[in-house]
Design a protein around this ligand. Structure first.
Ligand SMILES: Nc1ncnc2c1ncn2[C@@H]1O[C@H](COP(=O)(O)OP(=O)(O)OP(=O)(O)O)[C@@H](O)[C@H]1O
Length: 203
């Protein structure tokens, strides 16, 4: 028995769209290498099958907090999942051990406060919602357990939120969390917290 076809009459797929990049729709007819699709905004379009992607059957209301839970991992599915989460201010999503952050361009109340730091401290990776503090926690714990240095790679295009998420100044989230884990003691010269916040970065 062969693998069942992913595009067939009645199946739900993603097709390219000049306005919204990818739009979902239902296959009406297969026409050789092409497919006729009724899009979710009510149009009928024809697309090359090789440029379509199967759509996950279930649309999780809050999206999947880890991309590895998607039945189909492709650009359209990944973007759709990030969009669903973004609409409800869930800017963080895992892809396995990697954290994807979508720039909210607004202050999200409570997301980075001391209560949130307390929640993530000591929590096993993956137990709580995806968060930059979970990445800091995992890196810090590994460093302590292995007794070796550790590093966190932050990557993204200009304006994506790398600086805000990680680097320099006391307000930046990742360093703030590591400083919090490192502790703060009065009267002992420069505290671990202060030293962590004074580190330099390789940019
Ligand atoms: N998590 C966040 N919460 C709130 N605002 C954010 C967040 N991430 C980014 N921003 C907003 O987006 C702006 C641009 O982010 P940032 O400067 O971190 O980008 P960058 O990736 O470091 O860009 P570049 O590579 O050009 O330096 C910030 O000044 C801030 O207004």
């Amino acid at each position: 028995m062969g693998t069942p076809p992913k595009v067939y009459e009645g199946s739900h797929i993603w097709v390219e769209d000049p306005e919204v990049v990818w739009i979902d729709g239902k296959v009406l007819k297969i026409l050789g290498d092409e497919v006729e699709v009724e899009t979710s905004d009510g149009r009928t379009v024809t697309a090359s099958i090789s440029k379509t992607y199967p759509k996950d059957e279930e649309d999780h209301a809050e999206g999947f907090n880890d991309m590895t839970k998607l039945s189909y991992m492709h650009e359209a599915g990944v973007l759709h999942n990030l969009e669903i989460r973004y609409q409800i201010n869930k800017i963080y999503t895992y892809s396995g051990g990697i954290l994807i952050a979508v720039n909210p361009f607004q202050r999200l109340p409570d997301l980075y406060d001391i209560k949130m730091m307390e929640r993530y401290k000591g929590a096993p990776f993956g137990e709580l919602s995806p968060h930059v503090f979970a990445i800091g926690e995992a890196a810090f714990r590994d460093m302590m357990n292995e007794g070796t240095s550790n590093s966190i790679l932050v990557s993204g295009e200009s304006g994506a939120g790398k600086t805000e998420t990680s680097k320099t100044k006391t307000t930046k989230m990742l360093m703030q969390y590591l400083a919090y884990l490192g502790g703060h003691k009065e009267g002992e010269g420069r505290s671990v917290e202060q030293q962590v916040l004074e580190v330099g970065f390789v940019i």
